[in-house]
Design a protein around this ligand. Structure first.
Ligand code: NIG
Ligand code: FE
Length: 415
């Protein structure tokens, strides 16, 4: 029967179900791990999780998978991507080697603005085809839910085109897509120097995006030289009035108070946070904003890493995502992000797995449906070709995925 799977002989099952914290755990290690476990999925929904022997009745109605003593986790969640765009920007990599910074390139009409040109030119079908390939790669890394932002249109027509591509991808690909309207990604060429005017234009787009039900979240690039804290406050408060949930690219390059604003307006998550202040960390904690960290971007831009340990010490919930985009992170490899987080953010294996499962779900306000292997949640599962979680973080740069199950169906398998 469709969506019925029984997985047994699981050596280590990271269920990511949150458990009470004990004194030996950090604030991010309180997730359940079971040994010699099994999972029963019926009609795409998790029905039973346990350890030891389990006799399956009506076994002819189930696909039975022997996990061979390997590691299993919930489907991974990439809660921050710029999935849909035209063209590519390999030329910038070599400009950076000549000493130009990410912001120099943007200010001279390149960077995000060059992707805007290519995205405006691309057809709907071209964007679907291009992004579908990326989703296939994401699936091969064990990802079953992806957040995807617009922001390479910077006008209503192309922003809608990007969001409609998200909708189409959600329909045709096994990965679930969560859409974010990020019209405020950069000030377009035609309004150069007129940030406030452009913010007003974006505000006018909100009711149309909402009416067509094209996005659940609204995001803005709050950064020195892009959008100020005042503009970000104005846009996000309006978006909230229209019923959007909020995200904010905050303190990526310069600490201008983006994290503090995330706390003030009640954002679901704040993104990047490489330059976050101590006060910013306090605000995230007090207002239960998820810190969505993107360490592959630090790696690729050769920038500071976000102070993950300070955040964990404070008790902030951390998610980890790729930030897949053509400029600051042209990679969709979430397992590489996990490996960089272990190495450079000094996160423990349990912290890393929590960040890409239940906390990724929290960053998308989906923690009631996905992010952990427990009764009633979607049957989204990854089986790894590894016998312990540490190995997945140690052997870097490859995919450890052996099998991906989405809604109780096998959607990717290597052997
Ligand atoms: O999250 N910082 C702003 N936006 C993206 C980069 C987009 C681009 O360079 O095309 C980011 O890093
Ligand atoms: Fe981003």
């Amino acid at each position: 029967m469709k969506g019925n799977i029984f997985i047994h002989n699981i050596g280590t099952l990271i269920t990511s179900r949150e458990i009470p914290k004990n004194e030996t755990m950090s604030s991010m290690e309180n997730i359940e791990v079971l040994k010699e476990a099994y999972i029963l999925i019926e009609n795409g929904i998790i029905k039973k999780v346990g350890v030891g022997d389990f006799t399956l009745e009506n076994s002819e109605d189930f696909i039975v998978i022997d996990a061979g003593g390997k590691v299993v986790s919930p489907g991974l969640i990439d809660a921050h991507t710029h999935l849909v765009f035209g063209g590519s920007r390999e030329n910038e990599m070599f400009l950076k080697m000549k000493g130009y910074t990410y912001m120099d390139i943007l200010n001279s009409g390149g960077g995000i603005l060059s992707t805007v040109k290519a995205t405006r030119k691309a057809t709907f079908e071209e964007l679907v085809e291009k992004s579908k390939k990326v989703l296939d790669n994401m699936l091969s890394f064990g990802v079953t839910t992806v957040e995807a932002k617009s922001g390479y249109g910077l006008n209503l027509e192309t922003e809608i085109k990007q969001l409609e591509v998200n909708k189409k991808l959600d329909e045709i690909h096994p990965i679930d897509i969560v859409s974010t309207f990020m019209g405020a990604h950069a000030v377009p060429m035609e309004l150069k120097g007129k940030e406030e005017l452009f913010i007003d234009e974006i505000i006018e787009m909100l009711p149309e995006i909402k009416k067509q039900n094209l996005a659940e979240f609204c995001d803005i690039f709050c950064e020195e030289g892009v959008f100020s804290v005042e503009s970000s406050r104005k846009l996000l408060n309006k978006a909230k009035e229209y019923g959007f949930k909020l995200k904010i690219h905050a303190d990526e390059i310069v600490s201008i108070g983006g994290a503090e604003l995330a706390g003030e307006i009640g954002a679901t998550s704040a993104e990047h946070l490489m330059a976050i202040s101590t006060k910013g960390i306090d605000e995230l904690y007090e207002n239960k904003v998820v810190a969505n960290l993107l360490p592959a971007t630090s790696f690729y831009l050769k920038k500071e890493y976000a102070p993950a340990r300070e955040m964990i010490k404070k008790g902030v919930d951390i998610a980890l995502s790729t930030d897949y985009n053509p400029g600051s992170c042209p990679s969709e490899n979430l397992q590489l992000v996990m490996q960089i987080a272990a190495l450079y953010l000094k996160m423990s294996p349990l912290e890393v797995f929590k960040a890409v499962t239940i906390n990724g779900a929290k960053a998308l306000d989906r923690e009631r449906e996905i992010g952990s292997i427990e009764y009633g949640k979607k049957g989204d599962i990854v089986i790894y070709d590894a016998f312990n979680p540490e190995y997945i973080l140690y052997h870097f740069g490859i995919s450890h995925t052996q099998c991906v199950i989405k809604n109780g169906e096998i959607v990717y398998r290597t052997r």
